[in-house]
Design a protein around this ligand. Structure first.
Ligand SMILES: [Zn+2]
Length: 66
């Protein structure tokens, strides 16, 4: 059995590689699909997709529920 790594590996960039900002543009989940692109709030660089974000949320929850 492998222990889970504390870091979550998805395609989602938690920190913008272009400007170093943590903020993302707010997305309405009701109108977003897995393919919806999440953009940096500051420079509009692509940070990932809704699917990436959901993986992040799911894995994050797993890490704290032992
Ligand atoms: Zn940015």
């Amino acid at each position: 059995m492998n222990l889970q790594q504390p870091t979550v590996r998805t395609g989602f960039k938690i920190v913008c590689t272009d400007c170093g900002n943590l903020s993302i543009k707010p997305t309405d989940p009701a109108h977003a699909s897995d393919d919806t692109v999440i953009e940096c709030r500051r420079c509009s660089a692509v940070r990932g997709t809704m699917a990436d974000l959901q993986v992040l949320a799911r894995r994050g929850r797993d890490l704290f529920e032992f």
